[in-house]
Every structure is written in structure tokens, then in C-alpha cells.
Write a protein that binds this ligand. Sequence first.
Ligand SMILES: Nc1ncnc2c1ncn2[C@@H]1O[C@H](COP(=O)(O)OP(=O)(O)OP(=O)(O)O)[C@@H](O)[C@H]1O
Length: 520
Amino acid sequence: MGLFNNIVDKVKSLFQAKEKDHIENMSPPQGSLWSGGYPRQNSNSPKTNNTYFTKSKGSREARKPLGEANLNIQGSMPAKKEGFNRVLDGLKKRQLQHDFKLERAAETYEPIQNIGSGAFGIVCEAVETSSDYKATIHKCHFQVAIKKVAHASATPTLARRTLREIRVLRYIDHPNIVTLRDIFRTQGPLGIDVFLVMDLMQNNLHHIIYGNEEPLDEYYINQFLGQLLRGLEYLHVASIAHRDLKPSNLLVNQDGTLRIADFGMAKFTDNSSKKHDDEEHCYYMTQHVATLPYRAPELLFVLPEHSTAVDMWAVGCIFGEMVTRNELLPGRSVQGQIKMLLTMLGHPPQHVIDEVRCDRTRKLIQDYGRKADAEWDDIMFCKARGENQIVRGNCDTIDFVKQLFQYDATRRISIQEALAHPYIQRVVEPMGSQKKCPFRVKKDMMQVEDLSHQELIEIMKQDVRSAENTYNEIHSGDSTGSHSSDTSTDTSGEYPPIVQHEQLMEDVATQISICEPSSL
Ligand SMILES: Nc1ncnc2c1ncn2[C@@H]1O[C@H](COP(=O)(O)OP(=O)(O)OP(=O)(O)O)[C@@H](O)[C@H]1O
């Protein structure tokens, strides 16, 4: 106990010294890539060694290469290993060719290597080989990421996921949301394979948090948090909830730009979508186990409705993970996750328990016994093993975390309240007002929830064409490559229904480089 107190005192004094320096710490480290607001990604810049943002003992400039901290890249490789690696490379190449049969789009994109995979998609790095204006101007090939959603039409869940992702991303242009550049489809053995072409990002937050032995620098934690909130504000103001926020879905570039990705679970959240809650809850209870540690209580406990508040809970988990380099609530089953919440955060208020729709869950909560409410500075301190001191003794940080982890979604801090919170005001540079999400995105998203499987497939086919057309329009007229020129000011809602687009699409179909087999 004495030893523990000594450590606490030592850390306290360190913390006090750090508090003094806080104002200095708020300014970017020298030579930082963060100055001037949110830097836009330049995917054309040649690939350099990634820069990693760790807390450095001496100067802040001494940073490690991203994700390579533990790799010994020096010394020559034994001949046997070289041979083995050649075989491995050959196998990887063949797998890539097999996974990314792009048909006609192979004229435009050349897959380079597999860079990620999730439960629904595989993602490769590719170059845009067509001699479009960008390649001509920059005299180089544009780097992209292609996400393949295999047999996207096979089940209603997959079709809805894919359509959600297409519809959120196709008209959005936001510095903290991944950019969709193109979209096309091919006919796979089990239905349509959909390919989403995005700007290539260099890493994701999960790798950044765990790729090094030292905690993330406080400055970068705050910058990542600020960008995450900014991207969420854009979505939440339009009543769009992401619903699958986790570090691996937050993509980060060398310049520190963070972009939210993976919109397969995104949903327009208003009263009209309540009727789907049962189906959704069912889905949450059985699938998607990988993201349990970020799942809000309203989804776990099967409470009557949920909304954008689920994302704010996940923000709390992600913030805690950046600070502590540990998952805050690492349950591995639905039951385990519920118990984890009860143990760590204490008992939910009675009115929340009364609303739990699932009898088994209600009984589980009631039988678990009362636990004391969470002491956030202790939780963060223990989880961080004393390494990171952002939270310890820091009232507004603790309050921010508390507000995010409210069991009752209606009492949880909203995105606007989060941005106005003293902690965020203190650590994140003022960001000013941002443009609104185009009305057409909301309208498109609303439609998705009411479609049958067959309708989903039909609309998905149309949407792919439609987005392809949008892509062609953008690239024929706009030399800046920005998607925003017409959409940023569009709040009128005058987006022609997709059905009306059909004839137009038929007319232009021959000009579109869609990878459609003759059988379709
Ligand atoms: N634009 C991009 N640039 C670089 N990497 C990317 C990009 N998009 C996705 N990735 C990588 O691919 C991984 C899988 O992508 P994504 O999360 O979209 O697939 P998913 O199957 O929907 O995943 P999940 O299992 O989380 O639902 C991501 O974690 C990320 O590391």
C-alpha cells in the first residue's frame, strides 16, 4: 500500500508539473503536421516513412515510424528466408488477383496489395492507372483503397449494409470522413460483388494505439478526438448514426488526418426507423461480436430505442483506449459485456432497468447486485498502469468521460454538448461552424431501411450506376477533384428519386465503365 501511495504521489507531482506546461502543450509539436486546421490528405505524395505520434521522453519531435516500432528492419536476410518470402509473395499476389478480379475496371485500377479485412469486406491498396487529369497534372498514379464487399446481394443484411455505405458516402465530402471516389460492381458466384474505391489512408487508429510500446502523445490524443467529434457532428446533425465506431474504423494518415470509415451499420435515426429496432437488436445480440467493447447499453440491454447517442458511448471507449492503451470495457460475449458494464460502471438507474425489453437481460442486471458507481480517474489510472495522466485529478476530463458513459442515452452528452464541453474547449483548437451534410444523403438513408431484399438488390444496382455517373461527372468537369461543389450548399432536398434516374441511367449506361456481365 505504501509503495502504491509513493507511486501515486510521484505521478501526482509529475502531473502537476505537466499541468503547468499545459498551455505550451496545446500548441503543436515543432515541425508538426497539424497546424492550419485539418490538413487535407494528399494521396499523390510519394509514400514516405509513416510518422507515429508517441509520447516522447525528451523532445516531442522524436517520433517513431508508424507501426514499425518493434520491427527489426536492419541486417540481411538469410538465403532460406528470402526464398520463403518469395514463395509467400507469390501466394499473396495470387490471392490478390483472385480477390480483386475487377473485370472492365482493371483498365482503371491496378491492385497492389491487400491492406485490411473485416467481417464484410476486404480492402486492397491500388493505383488508378487511367490517364485522367489528376495523373496528367501530377505525373503519377493516384493511390486508392478498394474495398470489395463480396456477394453483396446474397442476404438482406449484406445488401442493406452495402447500400448504407454507398448512400452515406457518395455525396459526402468532409475532411474527417473517408472519401468515396468511385464505385463499380461485378457478378460473383454468389451474387453481385461491390467495389468501393476510396482515397488511400495510411493506417488506422487501432494500429497507432497498439503499434508502439509507449502511450500516444497527449497532443495527438486530443487532435484525434477533435477530428472524430468533428466528423460525427457532420453526421449527427443530419441524424445519421455510424453505430460501429472503433479504433480500426478510424483511418489516420501520416499528416495526422483522421477519417471515419466503414459505414455499413450507419443509419438514419428518427421515429420512423423505430419499427426496425427489434430486428436490429436481434442482429446486435447475435452478430458483430468483434465490436462488443464499444457497444452502448441501449443495444446491449435491448432498450426501446437508440440513436446517435450510441456513437457518443463509443467515443468514450475510444478516448479511454487512446489514453490507457487498453480496451476500457473488453467483454467477449454479450453476457460478459453486460457484466463488464455492471462491474465497472455500477448499477444502471432503475428507470433504465425498467425499460429493458429482454427478460433475461433484466434478470441478469437485477441479480448481479448493486455495485458502486464508476470512479473514472481510478479506472483510467489503473487501465493505463499509471502511464498516461490525462484523466488523473483532472476535473473537466473526468466530467467529459462521465457524460459519455451515461447508461441513459437521453442523458448522455450529445455531439454539440461534447464540442462545447470545457475539456474539449480547452484541448481542441476552435473549429468554427462547418457545412451541412447534403439533404440528399439523409433522404437516401431513410429509404434504405424500408426496402425488401429484392428492392435492396435493385436499388443497389441502380445506385452503383448512379454513383458511377456522379464520378464521371465530377471527373469530367472539376479539376480540383472536390466532390463538394454542388452538394455542400444543397439543402433543398430536390434530389430526384432514384426511379426517375433509371431512364437517364439506361441512356448513359453505354458510356459508363461499369463491370456488368452480359447475363445481368
Ligand atoms: N480507405 C482506406 N484506406 C486504407 N485502409 C482502409 C481504407 N478503408 C478500409 N481500410 C482498412 O481495411 C480494414 C477493413 O475495412 P472496413 O472496416 O471498411 O471493413 P468491414 O468488413 O466493414 O469491417 P468490420 O469488420 O469492422 O465491419 C479497416 O480496418 C482499415 O484498416
